[in-house]
Ligand binder design. Structure first.
Ligand code: NAD
Length: 296
């Protein structure tokens, strides 16, 4: 395994949800000290439990030794107060996909992080250039977009804002390599590369359901067997989170001003119901029983 990158020893992660806990996991395994925050201790405790479970799965599959897993766990500190980011060389924001929330987080971060620290966002779609404007260091600000589940997926999209400087970009490329992952560079346009292509496909699958062309089961089966996708689009939407899918469609719709990106009203309805997919146990499938059951 590569050693951590020079100058980057302690990494902060804001938000201990499904992406934040995965990001903390891979940095800790790679040998970085990690500080992860969320709004309350219960969410931190839940994230620690998830990380421990995911590390154990890697040990069971012989991908990691028990000693390395224990050492990784020991490198992660959970906090509920942003003040704990004061020793970080890099902080990655992975809170919900809401622009104002992210801006408020970055405004608070610049008050506590060291002057040299790089700030980054794991946003799926929001403009890196716009987020950077609320900080005191747009030249040391980047998009670093991990894929879900973070410990498994190889790709990381790296997005430069208009002001991002080359040393910052180089450092982040090295950081991605040190995690054993591969970077693809994307320009700072709505949803970058992966989600510009993927999420409109999911939205179209929801329209296909909405218009009665297929059922949840037949749509997922069609894409799995007909296009060789490992997961059907509705199953994938539940996995990503329907709130995140809707937020990305709204960013595409607003940012590119093209009606082809209009979010499907059925997707909106699921989000309004609080049926956000796996994280709330219900979305296009109901996960409360032993096996997922389609909800339509
Ligand atoms: P999530 O809802 O699972 O987690 C978000 C977490 O942020 C929650 O635990 C919430 O309590 C916490 N949070 C909210 N405000 C906070 C604050 N002020 N300080 C600290 N924590 C705060 O969401 P997620 O799926 O992990 O997504 C997080 C980000 O990653 C979003 O920007 C999303 O677009 C992006 N992303 C998601 C995926 C995916 O497949 N879900 C993939 C790539 C990127």
């Amino acid at each position: 395994m590569s050693t951590p990158v020079e100058g980057i020893e302690t990494v902060g992660v804001v938000g201990a949800g499904q992406m934040g806990n995965g990001i903390a996991h891979v940095f800790a395994v790679a040998g970085y000290d990690v500080v992860i925050s969320d709004l309350d201790q219960a969410r931190i405790d839940a994230a620690m439990e998830v990380i421990e479970g995911n590390l154990a799965r890697q040990v069971n599959r012989d991908l990691l030794s028990a000693e390395d897993s224990a050492a990784a766990m020991g490198r992660i500190t959970g906090i509920t107060d942003m003040g704990g980011f004061d020793k970080c060389d890099l902080v990655i924001e992975a809170a919900a996909e809401i622009e104002q929330l992210k801006k408020d987080i970055f405004k608070k971060l610049v008050e506590v992080v060291p002057e040299h620290a790089i700030l980054a966002s794991n946003t799926s779609s929001i403009s890196i250039t716009r987020l950077a404007t609320v900080t005191d260091r747009p030249e040391r600000f980047m998009g670093i977009h991990f894929m879900n589940p973070v410990p498994v997926m190889k790709l990381v999209e790296l997005i430069r804002g208009i002001a991002t400087d080359e040393p910052t970009y180089d450092t982040m490329r090295k950081v991605v390599a040190s995690l054993g992952k591969d970077a693809a560079s994307a320009e700072d346009f709505p949803a970058f590369i992966v989600n510009r292509v993927l999420v409109p496909m999911i939205n179209e699958a929801v329209y296909t359901l909405y218009e009665g062309v297929g059922t949840v089961e037949s749509i997922d089966k069609a894409l799995k067997l007909g296009a060789n996708h490992p997961m059907g689009p509705l199953e994938l939407a539940d996995f990503i989170g329907l709130d995140t899918c809707l937020a990305i469609m709204n960013v595409l719709h607003d940012g590119l001003a093209d009606t082809k990106y209009r979010p499907c009203p059925l997707l909106v309805k699921y989000v309004e119901a609080g049926w956000l997919g796996r994280k709330t146990d219900r979305g296009f499938y109901d996960y409360r029983g032993d096996a997922p059951v389609p909800t339509r």
